[in-house]
Design a protein around this ligand. Structure first.
Ligand SMILES: *[C@@H]1O[C@H](CO)[C@@H](O)[C@H](O)[C@H]1NC(C)=O
Length: 339
């Protein structure tokens, strides 16, 4: 593929801009800035979430949780070192999924299908200055309105660097194929999701279904999981446009090898992990993470039944597509795979 001169200049401009972000950020990623110490007994000011995490927390009975969080962090760093060849630089485009809470010094990278609606609700409560108090009182669609929360991409380069250095950065992840099947079920098997049917379903059926019915072509509302998989692994798909965020790899949404997340929470242990974050943020007493009534964590084997009808050829391609997410977040290769 040829790059047009215009594209080249743009690319260069992006690189130069983002170089600043990266360089300044990397100067001090290793340790958080310690709080200012004065000779006299310090006024009882709360330490930031980042300081609480790294400098310890005496009254913390969350030590076991903390250790496991540290293990995940180290594993991720190691996976980044062994599997990324070239260091790319951050651009502000890369920071669109990072939600900022200036009041509590938090940065959260949201990943769709990993309790992100509830995290957005919580962050709306935290940043609303008292306007909201109950996360669940916020309608789901409101939590997703762009502009209700600030993202890191909206800030200037020095402001970005300052926040990356001093805020607690966290992310919640999920077994990649469980997340994928959850996205498929939510976007393609529910009759109300007509926007996704029109936008993606019609295209998928046109491309991958032999002799489609005119109605299916028009509505795009009966995409099979197999057709969806064909769409995902087709190189043409990502050449046309980036994946939709519901099936984009976490690696591509949140850039965990460039942004050093302090806490990697897991959907499989959502409750204790969410509580650990709220504890670090110092709001554990005033705010509870909403866990939906339906026990989401018990259906941890949803993917197996969906993969039964996928050939080893496509299973392998799909696994390669999401391989980084498996490696970075320590998910083992599913036993049901035939590759
Ligand atoms: C990685 O996963 C394995 C197997 O599930 C587990 O035993 C191990 O503790 C995990 N490591 C970390 C650092 O979480």
């Amino acid at each position: 593929m040829m790059r047009t001169p215009r594209g080249g200049r743009l690319f260069l401009a992006t690189c130069l801009g983002s170089l600043f972000v990266l360089v300044l950020y990397f100067q001090s990623i290793t340790k958080p800035e310690p709080g200012v110490k004065t000779g006299s007994r310090p006024v009882k000011s709360r330490s930031s979430p980042l300081q609480t995490l790294y400098l310890g927390d005496q009254q913390l009975e969350l030590l076991a949780v903390q250790r496991s969080l540290q293990g995940r962090r180290e594993l991720m760093e190691q996976a980044c070192l062994s599997h990324t060849k070239k260091r790319r630089v951050l651009s502000s485009e890369d920071l669109k999924h990072l939600i900022v809470d200036d009041k509590h010094s938090l940065i959260y990278c949201y990943v769709p299908k990993v309790a992100c609606t509830n995290w957005k609700r919580v962050l709306m409560v935290l940043t609303s200055g008292g306007h909201y108090t109950d996360p669940l009182a916020i309608p789901a669609h409101e939590a997703h309105i762009a502009g209700n929360l600030r993202t890191l991409s909206e800030f200037s380069v020095p402001e970005i660097n300052h926040r990356l250095r001093t805020y607690l950065k966290f992310i919640f992840v999920r077994e990649p194929f469980e997340r994928l099947v959850s996205a498929y079920r939510n976007k393609f098997t529910r009759s109300y999701n007509t926007a996704f049917h029109k936008r993606y379903g019609t295209k998928i059926i046109r491309r991958y279904r032999p002799n489609p019915e005119p109605e299916a072509l028009r509505k795009g509302n009966d995409v099979s999981f197999h057709e969806f998989v064909q769409y995902l692994v087709d190189p043409l798909t990502r050449r046309e446009e980036p994946f939709n965020e519901h099936w984009e790899q976490v690696h591509s949404l949140c850039h965990p090898c460039l942004i050093h997340y302090d806490v990697v929470g897991k959907y499989e242990t959502l409750e204790p992990d969410a509580q650990a974050v709220l504890h670090l943020a110092g709001v554990e007493g005033t705010l509870q993470f909403p866990t939906s009534g339906k026990s989401t964590r018990t259906d941890g084997n949803m993917a197996a039944s969906f993969f039964k009808h996928i050939s080893p050829f496509y299973q392998k391609k799909l696994f390669n597509l999401y391989r980084m997410d498996f490696l970075l977040f320590n998910y083992s290769t599913p036993e049901y795979l035939r590759t």
